[in-house]
Design a protein around this ligand. Sequence first.
Ligand SMILES: O=C(O)[C@H](O)[C@@H](O)[C@H](O)[C@H](O)COP(=O)(O)O
Length: 268
Amino acid sequence: MSTPQLVVHRDKELMARAAAARLITKIVDAQAARGSASVVLTGGRNGNGLLAALAAAPARDAVDWNRLDLWWGDERFLPEGDPERNVTQAREALLDSVPLDPARVHPMPASDGPHGGDPDAAAAAYAAELAAAAEPEHYRSAAAAAGGDVPAFDVLMLGVGPDTHVASLFPELPAVRETERTVVGVHGAPKPPPTRVTLTLPAIRSAREVWLLAAGEDKAGAARIALSGAGEIQAPAAGAYGRSRTLWLLDAAAASQLPRDLYPPALA
Ligand SMILES: O=C(O)[C@H](O)[C@@H](O)[C@H](O)[C@H](O)COP(=O)(O)O
């Protein structure tokens, strides 16, 4: 478990631009070291704000887009092309503007796909897709120990909800309690739409780096709770950490309720 590091930016726009620059560098370094990079995207305003900032970034095309694997941390279980789907919003924000290899872009299944309206079957299919992409020499995740291989994600990004949810892991609901499977269906999510598909905490924790994005006053309480020792069932964001790095990227508003001892030195 990597101890959370915090970086606080002046406002959400600067946080998005700085996080986009950080992601470009991370991808470029991974591609230089291993010939490819693997990133897990998140939905929501902060996740899409980062993608939009990346699309506009001067250094954008330092990334070899053709050698980038993209996965999702969660998805709203809606028909293909629905404007509320995370992949639809990601395409609009960035993906349709860069020359990705379509075979390396892995959206979670839609509700009108081959699995019918069954989010649990869709989740099982995505878990199988992850396992097929996991190389033997890749790090075996905590979930892999229980038989659920996932690729060695370089960066897994998560927006943080005001209730401390990440991906579609909501406090106290069954999905956040999952310790075996890497992907599960979600029924009755408090954030609409109610039916979703999500990575589980073991899958999230297999990533080399986990970046949590929190901007806005409405996230201040969630950041304080998640970073002050709350349990992962009550505060899923508290259970989202990477194997070598856990990075909270906040704006000043979202950091405004943090205990002083958690403030980064520059702000203390
Ligand atoms: O499918 C989703 O809704 C997202 O994956 C979800 O986990 C989101 O990241 C958080 O709810 C934060 O959303 P905002 O950044 O819009 O507050």
